[in-house]
Design a protein around this ligand. Structure first.
Ligand SMILES: Nc1ncnc2c1ncn2[C@@H]1O[C@H](COP(=O)(O)OP(=O)(O)OP(=O)(O)O)[C@@H](O)[C@H]1O
Ligand SMILES: [Mg+2]
Length: 470
C-alpha cells in the first residue's frame, strides 16, 4: 500500500483545524483540510483518503450529510465526527449514518490519536478484505453512479432476479458482485458463469452437476454451479449466449428452485439468487426468437441499466486515479503517473465504446508509452474518428472459453493486455489448484489426470483452456 496515508480534516474554525492538522501530521499522515461541506466533497471526489474527520456544524451544512455522502461513495474510508461535548444524540446519529466513531469537543488529543490509529487499522483491514475479493470497488460520484448505487442498495435487499444490461466493459459484473456483497447473501458464494464459454454438451452437467457413471468419464459425483451457489448468488453472464435447449432447463430450475444432476434420480433443493447480464439487446433477441420469452420474463423481474462511461465523464478523474494507482502497484512503481490536463480533456472527449475496460487498457498502454510520470494526450493513442466508433455495436464475445477480457477490441495494433484475474472467482482458484496437483501427480499425462479428477478428457481440456493453463 501507499506509504503515506492521507486524512481529510473538515472544520470551519481555523484554530481547531490547525491543532488537528498538527496532531495528525505528527502521526505521519498527509493532511488536507476543508472548511465547508462543499469543499470537502470536491476534495473527496479528487482524492481517495484513508481517514476523514469532520466537525458537525459547518457553514454550508451538517457534517452528518458528509458522513452519509462518504458512507455511500467511499465506503472504504473511515470517517469520524467531532461532536459537542455531551451530545449523545448527535454521536448516535453519526454512527447510524456510517461514521465509525466520534470524538467530543474539546478534543482530547490522546483520545484523538487512539481514534486515528483505530481508523487506519480498520482501513487496512478493509483493504485486505478488498484485495482478497476479486471485486473491485465501484467508484464514481456522478449523478448516474449515485443513482446506480441507490438502486443497487435497494435491489440488494430483495431476492428478486435482476437483469443487468449495459455496454461492453461498463461494469456489469462489478454491479452484480456489489449486489451480492450488499445483500443478505453476502456470506454465501458468488458464482459467476460465462454462458458463452461452456460447450453445449457440457452445459447441463456444469449447471446441475452429475452423478458418478452417468456418462463416460464421470468417475465421481460432481456438483454443479447451482449447488455451488446454494445460499448465494448465481451470476449468469452473457446470458444471451445460452442455447435454447438449456434455456428450458434453466427456467425449470429457477421456477422449481431445485435441480437434478445428470444421471441422478432425485431433485435437489437449491436456494439461489439469480443475477444475469448481457451487453446484447435481449428484448430484441426475444422478438427474433433467439431467447425464450418465459425465461426472459423470469430473469428480468428487475432491470438495471449500467450507464456507459460517456454518460458519466465526471467520474473520469477518480477512475483514472484509481486505475493508475492499481497499475503502479502492479508494476512496482512507487508513485503512480498522473494525467496532464490535455490528457484528461482528451479522455473526456472520447466516447469509450469499450467503457471502463477500454479506459483501463488505454491507461495501461499510455503508462508504458509515457516518458516520465506525466501522461500526455499523445500517449493515450485514442483512435481518431472516435465519435463514429460510439455507434458501432460492441463486438460479440467469443463463443468458447475466453471470459472476461475479450469483448473490447484493442483500438490500435497494440496487443490486448492479458487477463489480470479480476474475474477469477474462488471456484476457479480451487479448480486450478486441484488440476495443478493432479497434473503434477500424473506427470502431466492428461488422460490419467482427467481420470484422477473424475472428469472426462474433454472436460479437462476445456477446463485447462478456460483457466488459461494450456
Ligand atoms: N464504477 C466502477 N469503478 C471502478 N471500476 C470499475 C467500475 N465499473 C467497472 N469497473 C472496472 O471495469 C472493468 C470492467 O468491468 P466489468 O467486468 O464489471 O464490466 P462488464 O460490463 O461485465 O464487461 P464485459 O462486457 O466485458 O463483460 C473491471 O476491471 C471493473 O473492475
Ligand atoms: Mg462482464
Amino acid at each position: 500500500m501507499a506509504d503515506t496515508q492521507s486524512a481529510l480534516v473538515v472544520d470551519d474554525e481555523r484554530d481547531i483545524r490547525e491543532l488537528l492538522v498538527v496532531t495528525l501530521t505528527r502521526m505521519g499522515l498527509r493532511v488536507e483540510t476543508a472548511a465547508t461541506v462543499s469543499a470537502a466533497r470536491s476534495q473527496l471526489a479528487s482524492h481517495e483518503f484513508d481517514f476523514c474527520l469532520t466537525d458537525m456544524r459547518l457553514p454550508d451544512g451538517s457534517g452528518m450529510d458528509l458522513i452519509t455522502h462518504i458512507a455511500a461513495t467511499h465506503p472504504g474510508t473511515p470517517v469520524a465526527m467531532i461532536t459537542a461535548f455531551g451530545n449523545v444524540e448527535a454521536a448516535v446519529e453519526a454512527l447510524k449514518r456510517g461514521a465509525f466513531d466520534f470524538v467530543s469537543k474539546p478534543v482530547d488529543l490522546h483520545i484523538l490519536r487512539e481514534l486515528v490509529r483505530n481508523a487506519l487499522r480498520l482501513r487496512s483491514e478493509r483493504e485486505t478484505a478488498h484485495a482478497q475479493s476479486p471485486a473491485g470497488r465501484m467508484l464514481g460520484q456522478s449523478p448516474a453512479m449515485q443513482a446506480l448505487r441507490q438502486t443497487i442498495d435497494k435491489v440488494a435487499r430483495s431476492q428478486a432476479p435482476v437483469y443487468i444490461h449495459g455496454e461492453s466493459g461498463s461494469g456489469k459484473e462489478l454491479v452484480a458482485r456489489t449486489i451480492h456483497q450488499s445483500g443478505p447473501r453476502a456470506n454465501g458464494s458468488f458464482v459467476p458463469v460465462n454462458c458463452g464459454a461452456i460447450p453445449a454438451e457440457l452445459m447441463e452437467s456444469e449447471f446441475f452437476g452429475h452423478r458418478k457413471g452417468s456418462f463416460t468419464g464421470a468417475h465421481a459425483d460432481k456438483e454443479g454451479l447451482f449447488q455451488a451457489a446454494n445460499g448465494g448468488t448465481l451470476f449468469l453472464d452473457e446470458v444471451a449466449e445460452l442455447p435454447l435447449a438449456m434455456q428450458v432447463k434453466l427456467l425449470r430450475a429457477i421456477q422449481e428452485k431445485s435441480v437434478r444432476p445428470v444421471g441422478g434420480q432425485a431433485e435437489q433443493q437449491v436456494d439461489v439468487r439469480i443475477l444475469s447480464a448481457t451487453h446484447k439487446d435481449l428484448a430484441t433477441l426475444v422478438e427474433q426468437g433467439g431467447f425464450r420469452h418465459d425465461l426472459y420474463y423470469r430473469i428480468n423481474v428487475i432491470e438495471l441499466r449500467v450507464p456507459p462511461l460517456r454518460e458519466r465523464s465526471d467520474d473520469l478523474p477518480i477512475l483514472c486515479n484509481a486505475i493508475l494507482a492499481r497499475l503502479a502497484e502492479r508494476h512496482g512503481l512507487a508513485t503512480p503517473p498522473s494525467l496532464s490536463d490535455d490528457a484528461l480533456a482528451a479522455l473526456r472527449d472520447y466516447p469509450f465504446p469499450g467503457n471502463i475496460r477500454e479506459l483501463e487498457n488505454t491507461l495501461e498502454r499510455a503508462m508504458t508509452l509515457a516518458d516520465g510520470e506525466l501522461i500526455h494526450a499523445s500517449d493515450l493513442r485514442l483512435p481518431q474518428g472516435a465519435v463514429v466508433a460510439a455507434s458501432v455495436p460492441a463486438p460479440e464475445p467469443q463463443a468458447v472459453a475466453a471470459p472476461a477480457t475479450t469483448t473490447v477490441s484493442a483500438p490500435m495494433d497494440v496487443a490486448a493486455p492479458s487477463a489480470n484475474g479480476d474475474l477469477t472467482g474462488a471456484m476457479e482458484q480451487l479448480e486450478r489448484a486441484a488440476i495443478e496437483k493432479a497434473l503434477l501427480e500424473n506427470r502431466y499425462n492428461k488422460t490419467k489426470t482427467a481420470a484422477a479428477l473424475g472428469i472426462t478428457f474433454r472436460a479437462l481440456r476445456y477446463k485447462l483452456k478456460k483457466l488459461g493453463m494450456e
